[in-house]
Design a binder for this molecule. Structure first.
Ligand SMILES: NC(=O)c1ccc[n+]([C@@H]2O[C@H](COP(=O)([O-])OP(=O)(O)OC[C@H]3O[C@@H](n4cnc5c(N)ncnc54)[C@H](O)[C@@H]3O)[C@@H](O)[C@H]2O)c1
Length: 325
């Protein structure tokens, strides 16, 4: 237990705790000595993502839908901080826009109402770079127009707007973090997962690496542990009240480059195949993280290839665990 952390001994709720990013938050918060409650409906998350925390006296996992007010009330009561990471993000196939809105808009509103009712001190909200849509100004900073081009992006923007309204109307201490292309162990490797995990899985299974279109589309890959630090800073730094931040590394890597470098890194002999381009696929990412660096002092990992190489073993371990079950 780290008695130095201002979160030690505090009740913190991580929604989406059994998901990729939520599980990393639960891990760090438990380590810091917070009383951590993970909430997840396991629609996309997995109990195995939290297995290693079982038995820790300051950690518990609750199965609940964030839209379910009755189920969420005892979870939120007495909480000091909510890290809201639960989301419906089956955006890849645009398969269920109603669900995206119900969870990402309605679920967020539900949590905000409960947070207000129970006087929760801080609400840290996970948003996404998808709220910007196709960038019209590069580098994209937080003042960029918000014109999402996916159901997911629209529903996440609805969530953000509710957060902002609660800050403005009731003075709730909120912070919005817009994540971009997060990578790290425990990321989903199915079609809803991230491209790094998908390529890794395909390489391990000896399958081709499929690229939509020419592969020159850029992504701003961000190391999951940096996001954990951004969340902790948002929860504890007074300057973050009412602020929105791009939580992105700012690096730019093309998908083709990723495929080629990952093949080389793993000495893999799998082909790269090009498929039809995705409708609405965003080509250029050049994300400004100046505000979060300046105001919250977050230094993002910029050695993408080195971090990937160093964490490969952990990545592979989790992937094998996930795929073999
Ligand atoms: N991974 C990324 O690159 C990325 C990029 C931008 C934004 N985000 C945002 O970060 C957050 C976490 O994403 P992730 O990548 O860890 O995704 P994830 O799918 O791994 O985690 C989300 C979790 O939310 C849970 N969940 C979904 N609906 C729920 C509901 N109604 N009630 C309770 N739990 C529910 C899922 O079961 C899952 O465990 C999300 O808000 C997402 O929009 C992620």
């Amino acid at each position: 237990m780290n008695e130095q952390s201002p979160l030690a001994g505090k009740k913190v709720v991580v929604t989406g705790g059994a998901g990729f990013i939520g599980s990393h938050l639960c891990e760090e918060l438990t380590q810091l000595g917070a009383e951590v409650v993970s909430v997840d409906d396991y629609s996309a998350g997995h109990a195995r993502n939290l297995e290693f925390l079982a038995g820790r006296p300051n950690f518990r996992a609750v199965r609940a839908d964030i839209c379910d007010r009755a189920a969420m009330t005892p979870v939120i009561a007495g909480a000091d901080v909510i890290f809201h990471n639960a989301a419906s993000k089956k955006n890849v196939c645009l398969i269920d826009p109603q669900k995206d809105l119900r969870v990402n808009g309605g679920g967020t509103l539900n949590l905000l109402e409960l947070a207000r009712e129970h006087r929760v001190r801080k609400f840290v909200h996970a948003s996404t770079g998808s709220v910007y849509g196709e960038p019209v100004v590069l580098p994209t900073d937080e003042e960029h127009p918000l014109r999402p081009v996916s159901y997911y992006g629209v529903s996440k923007l609805a969530g953000e707007r509710y957060v902002d309204v609660f800050h403005r109307l009731y003075g709730m201490d909120t912070t919005i973090l817009r994540y971009f292309h997060v990578y790290g162990p425990r990321q989903e490797s199915n079609e809803f997962g991230g491209v790094v995990s998908i390529f890794l899985r395909n390489i391990l299974e000896g399958k081709p690496l499929a690229i939509f279109g020419h592969g020159h589309q850029e992504r701003s890959f961000t190391w999951v542990k940096d996001l954990v630090r951004a969340n902790l800073a948002a929860a504890t730094r007074p300057e973050s009240a009412g602020r929105v931040y791009n939580a992105a590394s700012g690096i730019r890597v093309t998908i083709l480059e990723l495929a080629e470098r990952m093949k080389a890194m793993m000495d893999a002999d799998v082909p790269i195949v090009h498929q039809a381009p995705l409708v609405g696929d965003i080509m250029h990412f050049d994300v400004s993280n100046e505000r979060i660096r300046r105001e919250l002092g977050i230094a993002f990992e910029r050695d993408f290839w080195g971090t990937l190489q160093r964490s490969l073993e952990e990545f592979v371990g989790h992937l094998r665990g996930a795929v073999l079950r």
